[in-house]
Ligand binder design. Structure first.
Ligand code: ADP
Length: 367
C-alpha cells in the first residue's frame, strides 16, 4: 500500500516559488504522470516525495503518515534518474546488488533478487558488463533494475527516457507500462513529453509555472481540457485556436471570428449566453476539421480555406491553412484527400468546439 497525499504543499527557492499550493492525492498502485514544460516544478514535486527537497509549507503524507521531516532512506522509495546514475567501475550485477549488500542481505538473497529483476527487464545476458559496454537503453534498464531489487513502496521516475533516441524511447515506454502491470506499485513519473504522459499515465497532472492546472485521465484531459494551457499542451498537432466574439440573432447564439470568415451557430451551447458580445477563444482539434461534411455529423461551420501545404504520413495527413492569421491544421484520413495550394471549404464540427474565457483562459462549460 502506498498512497501519497499533498496538502497545500509549496516550495520556494530563495524568493522563487517552484511549486505553489499542490493539493492532490496519488492513489495506491496508481501510475501518476507529472507533465509540463521545463521549469514548471515537476522535478521539485518529485524530489519532495523522495525527501531530497525540503518542503517550504504544507504537509506531505505517505500512507497517512506525515513525512515532511522523514529522511529519504526511511521512506521506502526508489528513484530512477535521467542520467542513470550507475557506478561506472561496477558490472551490471554489482550495480544491482550494491544497495542490497549495504542493507546486509546474504549473497544468496542478493542473487535471487538480482536474477529476478534481470529476468523482468530481460537483461540477464548483460549482468557481467560494465556501463561503458552497454547502450543507453541497456543502462537505463539496469538503473530501473536497481530500483526494482529494493522492492520499494513507490517508484519515482525523473525523465528516465530523455537521453534515449526516439525509437528506443518508444520501446522503453512499453516496457515501463508492462513493469507497472507486473509490479502493481505506485509510480510517479515526471516528463515534459505529452506523448509519454498520455501513453503511460492512469492519471496525468498537467503543471505550468509551479501550479497543477488539471489532474485527470488521459482521455478526459484530451476531451475536456479545463483551460487554454491544458488544451494547447495535450494533443499533437495541438488544438487550433481562433479568436472571436459571441453574438445573437433571430436564430440564436453564434460564434464569429474577428475577420468574419467563420460563423458557428451555437444554439445548443447555452453556457455561452453570459459571453454575449464578449471575446472568446474557440479551440478545435485537427481531427474535427474536414474537407467535406463527415458522415453522421449535422452541425458545421465552414470557411473557404487556402491550403498552403499538406504533410502526408500514409495513415493520415495534415493540411495547413490560415484563418485570421492563425495557422489551422486539419488531420485527414487517407480517404480525405486535399491538394496543396488549392482553395476549398473546410468544415468545423460545431459540437466539438471548445470555448475559453479570454481573460482567465478557463474553459466555458455547461457543467
Ligand atoms: P521541471 O522539473 O519542471 O523542469 P524544476 O522542478 O526543476 O522544474 O524547477 C522549478 C523551478 O525551480 C525552476 O524555476 C527552477 O529554475 C527552480 N529551481 C529548481 N531547483 C532549484 C534550486 N536548487 N535552486 C534554485 N532554484 C531552483
Amino acid at each position: 500500500m502506498a498512497a501519497i497525499k499533498f496538502e497545500r504543499v509549496s516550495k520556494v527557492y530563495g524568493k522563487i516559488p517552484a511549486v505553489k499550493d499542490a493539493d492532490f492525492e496519488i492513489r495506491d498502485k496508481e501510475f501518476m504522470v507529472l507533465v509540463g514544460p521545463s521549469g514548471c516544478g515537476k522535478s521539485t514535486l518529485l524530489r519532495m516525495i523522495a525527501g531530497l527537497e525540503e518542503i517550504s509549507s504544507g504537509s506531505l503524507f505517505i500512507d497517512d503518515k506525515l513525512v515532511n521531516g522523514l529522511p529519504p532512506k526511511d521512506r521506502d522509495i526508489a528513484i530512477v534518474f535521467q542520467n542513470y546514475a550507475l557506478y561506472p567501475h561496477m558490472t551490471a550485477f554489482d550495480n544491482l546488488a550494491f544497495g542490497l549488500k549495504i542493507r546486509g542481505l546474504s549473497k544468496k538473497e542478493i542473487k535471487i533478487k538480482v536474477d529476478e529483476a534481470a529476468r523482468i527487464l530481460e537483461i540477464e545476458s548483460l549482468l557481467d558488463r560494465k556501463p561503458k559496454a552497454m547502450s543507453g537503453g541497456q543502462r537505463q534498464r539496469v538503473a530501473i533494475g536497481r530500483a526494482i531489487v529494493r522492492n520499494p513502496k513507490v517508484f519515482l521516475f525523473d525523465e528516465p527516457l530523455s537521453n534515449l533516441d526516439a525509437k528506443l524511447r518508444g520501446q522503453m515506454r512499453i516496457e515501463i507500462a508492462r513493469l507497472h502491470q507486473k509490479l502493481r506499485t505506485t509510480i510517479v513519473y515526471v516528463t515534459h513529453d505529452q506523448v509519454e504522459a498520455m501513453t503511460l499515465g492512469d492519471r496525468i497532472a498537467v503543471m505550468n509555472k509551479g501550479e497543477i492546472l488539471q489532474i485527470d485521465t488521459p482521455n478526459n484531459l484530451y476531451a475536456h481540457p479545463k483551460n487554454l494551457f491544458v488544451a494547447g499542451f495535450i494533443g499533437m498537432p495541438p488544438m487550433n485556436f481562433v479568436e472571436g466574439r459571441i453574438g445573437k440573432d433571430q436564430e440564436g447564439l453564434y460564434f464569429q471570428d474577428h475577420s468574419k470568415t467563420l460563423l458557428a451557430r451555437t444554439p445548443k451551447r447555452p453556457e455561452l449566453e453570459p459571453y454575449l458580445d464578449r471575446e472568446l477563444t474557440m479551440g478545435i482539434r485537427p481531427e474535427h476539421i474536414h474537407p467535406y461534411p463527415a458522415k453522421g455529423v449535422v452541425h458545421y461551420a465552414a470557411f473557404q480555406a487556402h491550403i498552403q501545404f499538406v504533410e502526408r504520413l500514409g495513415h493520415e495527413s495534415f493540411a495547413f491553412s490560415t484563418l485570421q492569421d492563425q495557422q489551422i491544421v486539419a488531420r485527414l484520413t487517407p480517404e480525405e484527400t486535399v491538394e496543396p495550394l488549392s482553395e476549398m471549404a473546410l468544415y468545423f464540427e460545431i459540437e466539438k468546439m471548445h470555448f475559453f474565457d479570454k481573460g482567465t483562459g478557463e474553459a466555458v462549460t455547461g457543467d
